[in-house]
Design a protein around this ligand. Structure first.
Ligand SMILES: C[S@@+](CC[C@H](N)C(=O)[O-])C[C@H]1O[C@@H](n2cnc3c(N)ncnc32)[C@H](O)[C@@H]1O
Length: 461
């Protein structure tokens, strides 16, 4: 029998463990927020580097490029506009964790070395998301609960003048446009410097906005999304209210494809484990108030392969469609979490009519596991529609498991898990590519529809 003191000890240990676990969950999120907030300063470092290079030119060469200093000033203004969007997006973000949790309180030294990369350490709370998760961070569509609290800043507008978040705060102090960092966890003084690779991800997100949510991405969406949407429409002709088929979109990125599928009449769930992506998709889906509300400059960070400076400094406005008025089917949700962890849960067995993977299956450490899970969560007779290459994400990473199969082997594994291929094509497409760039990487992506005809893997278990 326990004595009172022993109960107290156990309770204290339990509480301490819980606190440590929470702190571990907060750390990767804090790092991602820091990466977003570091964006303008890191970008400014780049511009300074360009200035230094320019400064090394001979007077004669400088004279030939007399417009160059103005070009760099223009680049600064574009960065400020991107930074403004980033701040507004962060303001609207409701962290699913208590951000006051701090690793500084961590008493167990080895836990302080926990991985901070979202890829290697999804917060534990993310692993429990189920079918009825609301759009990430609990803001229902169209209700405006995540209103941006920075009224007046719209006047900064395209190519506005402040070059960093600090300058934005200055504007506030000077009685100019209002900028208030409404969350303590957003205060720049609390942010840590993050590796440059993290800030690169922020730039990548800004480029992805063009792919998913700008008119400029329409061509790419026609290549990648349209074949999938056409296939879903043909395979599920009866999508009446009350008997909507269900569709899961793992690796949903910024959410456009998932939203389009929902608008077709499917009860749709997108899933993505990246907070970078989820902060942005949540903002566009939940917090945009009108089409074309926002402007970013997706291509400013690449000085290579531009036909002209104007091409590089091209703004895109977004969203090209206002999600709240797009015709989303009830039950649309975005789930934050690792596909493997979330959908291995027994509650997902045999529940989905369709699973759509677009540029996703090659994110696997173990693609066999992905296919096994896709098969398991589909109903018998359900369909898996895939479009994408096999550019394995963990290839060449020393400490990572990475199973890199050819398309032939991927299909063989799918057959093993009870899939029958009904359609197979190759689709030529780009991915987040600047359509005006002199370099256009093209994929010859595999596109297939495979039907789950039997539950072989269940029988084997
Ligand atoms: C190459 S992107 C494709 C995004 C989107 N489907 C598109 O076509 O634009 C892959 C996406 O999968 C997400 N992802 C990678 N591994 C994942 C996992 N294990 N669970 C959930 N999402 C994952 C990434 O965060 C990223 O958003």
């Amino acid at each position: 029998m326990h004595r009172d003191g022993e109960y107290e000890d156990e309770e204290r240990i339990r509480q301490r463990k819980k606190k440590l676990e929470k702190a571990l969950e907060v750390k990767p999120l804090r790092r991602i927020i820091s990466a977003y907030l570091n964006y303008p300063d890191a970008a400014e470092e780049d511009v300074k580097r360009y200035e230094r290079s320019f400064g090394k030119l001979s007077p004669a060469h400088k004279a030939l490029l007399s417009h160059y200093p103005q070009k760099l000033e223009r680049q600064r203004r574009c960065i400020a506009t991107n930074a403004y969007f980033v701040v507004c997006m962060l303001q609207a973000f409701e962290p699913p964790l208590d951000m006051s949790q701090d690793m500084g309180n961590c008493e167990v030294p080895h836990l302080q070395c926990a991985p901070t990369d979202q890829r290697s350490s999804a917060p534990t709370s993310e692993r429990t998301c189920h079918n009825n998760c609301p759009i990430s961070e609990q803001a229902p569509l169209g209700e405006g609960t995540n209103e941006v609290q920075m009224d007046g800043l719209h006047d900064f507008g395209p190519e506005s003048s402040p070059s960093s978040l600090e300058k934005m705060k200055e504007a506030d102090k000077c009685g100019g446009d209002q900028v208030s960092f409404s969350h303590a966890w957003l205060d720049p003084s609390l942010q840590s410097h993050v590796p440059l690779v993290d800030v690169d991800t922020v730039r990548w997100i800004i480029r992805n906005i063009a792919r998913d949510w700008a008119a400029e991405g329409q061509k790419e969406r026609d290549q990648c999304h349209k074949p999938i949407l056409d296939e879903l429409s043909a395979l599920f002709p009866h999508r009446s209210k009350g008997s909507s088929p269900s569709c899961l979109v793992p690796g949903a990125g910024l959410g456009r494809l998932a939203m389009e599928i929902s608008c077709l009449g499917f009860v749709t769930q997108g899933c993505d484990f990246s907070y970078y992506m989820r902060i942005c998709s949540s903002f566009v889906l939940n917090s945009t108030r009108t089409a074309g509300e926002w402007t970013v400059y997706p291509w400013i960070h690449s000085n290579c392969n531009s036909l002209s400076d104007s091409d590089q400094f091209r703004p895109v406005s977004f969203p090209d469609i206002h999600p709240a008025r797009a015709g989303i089917t009830e039950g649309f949700s975005m789930c934050g979490g690792d596909f493997v962890k979330v959908y291995s849960d027994p509650s997902h067995v045999g529940v989905w009519d369709a699973v759509v993977t677009c540029f996703f299956i090659d994110t696997a450490r173990n693609i066999v596991e992905y296919i096994e899970i896709i098969s398991r969560i589909l109903k018998d007779g359900g369909v898996w529609i895939n479009l994408g290459p096999l550019l394995y994400h963990f290839v060449g990473q020393e400490d990572e498991m990475s199973i890199e199969l050819s398309l032939e082997d991927v299909k063989r594994v799918a057959l093993h898990y009870g899939f029958q291929f009904e359609k197979e094509e190759t689709i030529e497409t780009t991915y987040s590519t600047n359509p005006q760039s002199m370099m256009q990487n093209r994929y010859f992506a595999a596109f297939w529809t495979a039907r789950k005809v039997s539950s072989k893997e269940d029988a084997a278990h």
